[in-house]
Design a protein around this ligand. Structure first.
Ligand code: FE2
Length: 199
């Protein structure tokens, strides 16, 4: 009998939530990502270590808003995920490093190594704007919890849980969490090594 680890169970939930039906570009990217992810049960590149990132305070509200499976799988593991915010501080967004973070679970430097796909969670505190930025990687987001606004190449749309947002390579984008913490699943494909640049 194979016993799934807590991380495998969280990844299974993320995979299930990342299935995009349809025939649009986001659905094609979702299928590409799911096919590229390492098989369940992949070994950890390094043991998980406990995080003290301030964004952890937002996870319970976001996980409960997301629904039962998220509360069950994410809450016990949240403090052991590699939360980080690694961009240079911005004078026009003071404290942003304490208001958003992401935890990459699969990727070149993630607990589960992949050189072809990044896959993780992003949390943004309520009433927080993640300013316009761009990166060579193709990025797909699935909103798990939290009303939010997403801007792609100057066009803004409102999104809720279950919505997908595709950011093509090098196209400027931004997002804003509204009245609740935003929890999203993200993927990167293509050039997943080159860094994000603020505009
Ligand atoms: Fe992005």
């Amino acid at each position: 009998m194979t016993v799934e680890s807590p991380l495998d169970r969280l990844l299974a939930l993320m995979r299930a939530s990342f299935v995009k039906a349809g025939a649009d570009a986001a659905a094609a990217e979702s299928a590409r990502v799911l096919a590229a992810l390492p098989a369940p049960g992949a070994p950890l590149a390094a043991p998980l270590t406990e995080s003290a990132h301030p964004l952890l305070a937002e996870v319970p509200e976001a996980a409960r808003a997301a629904g039962g499976a998220w509360a069950v799988e994410l809450l016990p593991l949240a403090a052991w995920l590699p939360w980080r915010y690694s961009y240079t501080p911005r004078p026009d967004a003071p404290g942003l490093e304490n208001r958003m973070a992401w935890a990459e679970l699969v990727g070149p430097a993630a607990p589960i190594r992949s050189d072809v796909v990044g896959f993780g969670l992003t949390v943004i505190t309520r009433s927080t704007f993640y300013p316009p930025h761009r990166h060579p990687a193709v990025e797909l987001y699935a909103v798990v919890a939290g009303a939010s606004e997403w801007t792609l190449d100057g066009v803004t749309r409102s999104c809720r849980a279950g919505d997908f947002i595709l950011h093509p390579s090098d196209v400027p984008h931004a997002m804003r969490a509204l009245d609740a913490p935003l929890l999203g699943i993200y993927s990167w494909t293509g050039d997943i090594v080159s860094a994000t640049a603020y505009l």
